[in-house]
Design a protein around this ligand. Structure first.
Ligand SMILES: [Zn+2]
Length: 266
């Protein structure tokens, strides 16, 4: 069993009462060493997080399943696992999900499939992105592939026709590559506004997720799904607290302040 400190474990006992959580991963680096890039986790961290979710009875629907079902369906513990960008090291992560009967959704950049990332370097691990065969194989194993634009663009900076190209172009390319509809979308850099959301709908997507934190369905809109980021510093304990609080603010200082406020209310 994954070791978790008693306070996090006690808090987590009440987790799942506010509906589903979406988790956002990026790279999963091999081995045990904590990666330097904040948005990567080590394979050892990743597996211990999956083991925790399994032991705690979490259901792991894909994003399209999450939004297709009526909200009432998600009364139990639900985590929709997502990966942005589609790094090659995610293949091994996908194997670990499969081993545990879990599923996830990948948001890939249609203009960089199978290539080195074409967008600016920011400290991410080296290596190419998942290629067409790999994506098809993942899909055949129950994983969902969604769009993350053509070029990993900052959508709010584009004019209307550029915006539509990023949204419709990536959808068409991925649908041809995968042989089925692509209905889920994730905003690059978590950057979006009302015009972008409208364009996502017009392009034919049925759901979009942001990097705003909180419970996934809190905004009662499939185009404003909230996600929690899993960082390189996260442990099963901090993940347990994130799942309980639906927030990134789960350092011990935050927890102490929360407990103090609760006590004062009594
Ligand atoms: Zn991205």
């Amino acid at each position: 069993m994954t070791w978790i400190d008693p306070i996090s474990r006690a808090l987590h006992r009440q987790a799942g009462q506010h509906g589903p959580i979406m988790l956002m991963y990026h790279a999963v680096t091999p081995g045990r060493e904590t990666p330097g890039w904040p948005w990567a986790v080590s394979m050892q961290q990743f597996c211990s997080q999956l083991d925790f979710l399994t032991a705690e009875g979490y259901d792991t629907p894909t994003m399209s399943e999450l939004v297709a079902a009526p909200v009432e369906k998600w009364t139990g513990r639900t985590v929709s696992i997502t990966f942005d960008d589609g790094y090659i090291d995610n293949l091994a992560a996908c194997e670990e999900l499969k081993k545990r009967g879990m599923r996830a959704t990948w948001f890939v950049v249609s203009g960089s499939v199978g290539q080195m990332p074409q967008w600016p370097e920011d400290g991410r691990p080296a290596g190419r992105l998942l290629n067409a065969d790999e994506l098809r194989d993942m899909q055949a194993n129950g994983m969902e592939i969604g769009s993350h634009t053509v070029s990993h663009a900052r959508l709010t900076e584009l004019n209307d026709s550029q915006l539509m190209r990023e949204l419709s172009g990536s959808k068409t390319t991925l649908e041809e590559l995968l042989g089925n509809p692509v209905t889920s979308f994730a905003f690059p850099y978590g950057i979006w506004d009302a015009r972008c959301v409208e364009a996502v709908k017009q392009a034919g997507y049925t759901a979009a997720c942001t990097t705003r934190t909180g419970w996934a369905l809190r905004d009662h809109s499939p185009f404003h799904l909230r996600r929690l980021t899993v960082f390189n510093t996260d442990t099963p304990g901090s993940l347990a607290r994130k799942l309980y609080f639906g927030s990134h603010d789960v350092r011990w200082r935050d927890i102490a302040q929360y407990a103090f406020r609760r006590l004062r209310r009594v």
